[in-house]
Design a protein around this ligand. Structure first.
Ligand code: RB5
Length: 156
């Protein structure tokens, strides 16, 4: 699978390990930086990964910063990207089954490499469930309407 990867300086150590892990599994990884420990801005790398995924240049993306939050927010600013921070294997599976996530975010300061690898395995191997989830992800793709409708009374 063609996978885009990106991180800021805080995410660099974990990203390097994950890129090596993915390449050892035979994936074609495009590492969009950063490549040094010099301080950089995480939005630049989240946008770069998001753009490559949204354009079809990569099937999935992996973004890493200190917590995973900032770079995942950045990736989500690119239309067509559905990114989430992975904190556990259950979430990594559900972000594929329910959200059809195409980018996964990790926090290098909070997540051990072996744990991130386990979440990545699940993220890459789990298909989108479709069905009732499909019109919801379509709403994500469309973005918010001009006037947001009221919240439904019952959670679904
Ligand atoms: C960098 O210090 C840090 O703010 C960044 O890696 C990330 O955690 C932001 O969300």
């Amino acid at each position: 699978m063609k996978i885009a990867a990106g991180s800021d300086h805080a995410g660099l150590p974990l990203k390097k390990k994950l890129v090596g892990y993915l390449e050892a599994l035979g994936h074609d990884v495009e590492d969009l930086g950063t490549h040094s420990e010099a301080s950089v801005d995480y939005p630049d790398y989240g946008f770069a990964v998001g753009r490559l995924v949204a354009s079809g240049g990569a099937e999935r993306g992996v973004v890493v910063c200190g917590t995973g939050v900032g770079i995942t927010i950045a990736a989500n600013k690119v239309p067509g990207v559905r990114a989430g921070v992975a904190t556990d294997v259950f979430t990594a599976r559900l972000m594929r089954e329910h959200n059809d996530a195409n980018v996964i975010g990790f926090g290098a300061r909070v997540t051990a490499a072996e744990f991130a690898e386990a979440m990545l395995d699940v993220f890459l191997s789990t298909p989108f469930a479709g069905g009732r989830h499909a019109h919801r992800t379509e709403k994500l793709n469309q973005g918010p309407p001009a006037e947001t409708p009221p919240n439904p009374e019952e959670p679904r």
